[in-house]
Design a protein around this ligand. Structure first.
Ligand SMILES: [Zn+2]
Length: 90
């Protein structure tokens, strides 16, 4: 029973990571649930081919990845934006 709880927890974490990176929540939920720890690490390490959404720093105007918590240019703390900038390619 404890294994199921752990699997679901890792599944949720992996799914959320996958979703943030622009992949499928369900796909990474299943992977992380089937192989906890490894699946989650894979979701974190995996470099998704799909382009990520971007957004613009309100302070200095630099365009950063949508999931960045800090502006890489001026260090301003960034809230998750309501409006995203479309990916560069595709
Ligand atoms: Zn900035």
């Amino acid at each position: 029973m404890a294994y199921v709880v752990i699997a679901v927890c890792f599944g949720l974490a992996g799914g959320i990571v996958g979703r943030i990176k622009g992949s499928s929540f369900l796909l990474w939920f299943l992977i992380s649930g089937l192989v906890p720890v490894f699946g989650l690490l894979a979701a974190i390490a995996y470099r998704f081919e799909r382009d990520e959404l971007r957004r613009q720093c309100p302070n200095c105007g630099r365009v950063t990845k949508i999931y960045d918590a800090l502006c890489t240019s001026c260090g301003t703390e960034l809230e998750f934006p309501e409006v995203a900038i479309a990916p560069e390619r595709g």
